[in-house]
Design a binder for this molecule. Structure first.
Ligand code: CTP
Ligand code: MG
Length: 354
């Protein structure tokens, strides 16, 4: 491990750009999929409003954060006044309503960790999960979506990493590997840490010392003001969301997608300090496990790979990882890093089903 992190990137890396870009492009959902999702959401809104006129529906997850590949299911959040509702009753009622409107495979999972109603719309062919009042997910969806607007390399890298994780079987939280959400946070962190940085830190109102001093004029001098702010579950979620002003933030860094994929895997294989580091897109830096008090196992949280949630800061997205799955994950990162370093056609082996 110790020597490999000093590896220089292969000299023919430029040759790998076109194939990786082609894979990225093949994963982008076609426009008509978006239209079908809208159509289903409109139908659901109509049905929900009849029963709960005050309620609202929000899309969240990969159908709304711009990291969704083709043919994904959609995630919907029903926002409804909390004070005197019983979530299970609402879910069961909702399931009734949906079923009588001919939606199919309707199932209320009231005892799941996140209780949901599942359904399939026979008209659009889209499957959908509806949860209740999971508004932090709606807000973190907006944060990810805003980051994606700043530099296209984030979306390219995240698509490749998610595709790799699904093919290699390391995108299964119930088996102790990581969620898609966690992988996107890893990509954002990684691009915040490049020098020059490819992404800024939207939540940090103070200047990051590494920001290119010539960049951005006024906005940089004053730091990032919090132009968006909501309070959800007693957590203040605030950040700079005028991302159209940040479109050339990463332009001083000319790294291409192949270099970034190489470097991402080499970072997680050989350079990340699993023993003491926590990645934090909220601060745009590495924190120590010590300062988060994530140094030992508490209950089921083992903190073997630490990824801080940007808003629920006590939440480690790596908490699902156990002593067996951490080994699987790290071996997969090493495998991917070695393929990116030595394989003449790395895109074949990289996405080989496990
Ligand atoms: N989420 C969360 N906390 C988690 C996991 C998920 O808040 N520990 C929320 C996030 O808003 C995330 C959404 O749930 O965007 C869906 O999570 P996930 O299925 O991991 O991500 P998707 O982007 O939907 O990925 P996929 O394309 O694999 O469905
Ligand atoms: Mg999803």
């Amino acid at each position: 491990r110790s020597l490999k992190w000093q590896l220089q990137c292969r000299s023919d890396i430029g040759r790998l750009n076109a194939p990786f870009l082609a894979i990225y492009e093949s994963l982008i959902p076609p426009e008509e999929e978006k239209a079908k999702q809208k159509q289903l959401l409109t139908l659901l809104e109509k049905l929900v409003c009849r029963e709960w006129p005050e309620a609202r529906l929000y899309l969240y997850g990969s159908c709304a954060n711009s990291f969704g590949v083709s043919k994904s299911d959609i995630d919907v959040c029903l926002a409804i006044d909390d004070s005197d509702i019983n979530k299970s009753e609402v879910l069961l009622k909702l399931a009734d309503i949906l079923e009588s409107d001919n939606l199919q495979n309707v199932q209320a999972l009231t005892r799941a960790r996140v209780p949901i109603v599942k359904l399939m719309d026979p008209v659009t062919g889209i499957s959908c999960d509806i949860c209740i009042n999971n508004l932090l997910a709606v807000v973190n969806t907006k944060l990810l979506q805003d980051y994606a607007q700043i530099d296209v390399r984030l979306r390219q890298l995240a698509f490749i990493v998610k595709h790799w994780a699904k093919k290699r079987g390391v995108n299964e939280t119930y088996q102790g590997t990581l969620s898609s959400y966690a992988y996107v946070l890893m990509c954002i962190h990684f691009l915040q840490q490049r020098r020059p940085a490819i992404l800024p830190c939207l939540q940090n109102s103070a200047l990051t010392p590494h920001s290119p001093p010539s960049w951005g004029g006024l906005c940089l001098i004053q730091g990032m003001e919090k132009t968006y702010s909501v309070i959800v579950d007693d957590i203040e979620c605030a950040y700079f969301d005028q991302v159209e002003k940040l479109r050339d933030f990463g332009s001083r860094n000319g790294e291409t997608i192949a270099q970034l994929v190489w470097s991402f895997f080499s970072y997680w294989a050989y350079r990340h300090d699993y023993a003491s580091s926590v990645i934090s897109i909220r601060t745009g830096s590495i924190k120590s496990k010590q300062e988060k008090d994530w140094t030992r196992r508490i209950g089921n949280d083992r903190h073997l790979i630490c990824i801080e949630d940007p808003f629920e800061t006590s939440h480690d997205l790596g908490r699902v990882v156990d002593k067996f799955s951490i080994k699987v994950l790290r071996e997969e990162f090493e495998r991917a890093a070695d393929i990116m370093q030595y394989d003449p056609n790395p895109w074949v082996a990289l996405f080989e089903p496990y």
